[in-house]
Ligand binder design. Sequence first.
Ligand SMILES: C[S@@+](CC[C@H](N)C(=O)[O-])C[C@H]1O[C@@H](n2cnc3c(N)ncnc32)[C@H](O)[C@@H]1O
Length: 312
Amino acid sequence: MNTDNSLKAPHVSVLYHEIIAALRPESPGLYVDATLGAGGHAWGILHQSEPGGMLLGLDVDPRALELAHQRLTSFFGRFHLVHSSYTELRNVLLTLGWDHVDGIVIDLGVSSMQIDSPERGFSFQKDGPLDMRFDPSQPVSAEDILNGFPEQEIADLLWKYGEERNSRRIARIIVENRPVKTTLQLSELIRRVSPGHRDRINPATRTFQALRIAVNHELDSLESFLPQAVSSLKPGGRLAVISFHSLEDRIVKQFFRYESRDCVCPPEQPVCTCGHQATIKEITRHPLTAQEDEVRENPRARSARLRIIEKR
Ligand SMILES: C[S@@+](CC[C@H](N)C(=O)[O-])C[C@H]1O[C@@H](n2cnc3c(N)ncnc32)[C@H](O)[C@@H]1O
């Protein structure tokens, strides 16, 4: 028997109880965890849907799949873990013969396991190569962008994906100091052009966020995932999305608003001509956030925003 509680305890998963309450897993339902990570949410779904609930878990990081597999062994026979992007959700479901499912969770962003591994390059506090790929088989790393893209393109992506006001100066110092090879080298360059850097947050935060989003095409992937998720739900099935910054949350919010309206004609138009019909019902009009005690235990939870919808 496995007595290592770290493989079982779901306590590191952000908004764990809220996700279980949102999806209401039960036997014999079909569920998807689109970003398996260390398998914390997946564990809760399988536990709650005993004895007959089934789970499909997706991740692009082979290390995450290995860890999740270990953590979920006690549910053997009730899960499929697949190395795939959530942008392939429909195809993977078709392969399994799962036409529609009862619940889907997606917990965006980087896991603590990835942040804590300096060799993955996600952290500006630990020295490592500038990698930042969730899927190590993908061709382009952060280093390729920093050392290969024109200065203007780097500035644009820091602005667009990091909302970094200092994007031009940061892009300039990067290009002047090529090749930029390590996370601490990059952080130090950013610090040198960050006036005063009196903010509570490290001046490298926005640049690292922007690079990660660009390397992994995160926003495009989310836009491709959301309609697939909604069309994969049974009537009454639920989708729960955890996002970590305003760019992601905006995409989720706008998609949910649009899909929950019966008419999407411009408001000044007196008669509806669009024929659009609501496909979902918003369960959370405003996003749920973590309770203080969760934030105290897991600071990553501080910026988490949870939105939930139900399929009509
Ligand atoms: C925040 S973690 C998920 C943690 C998980 N909910 C738990 O309870 O342990 C996000 C995971 O999403 C994965 N990921 C990132 N982009 C992905 C994509 N396009 N498709 C599938 N998984 C992805 C990352 O590799 C990471 O393991």
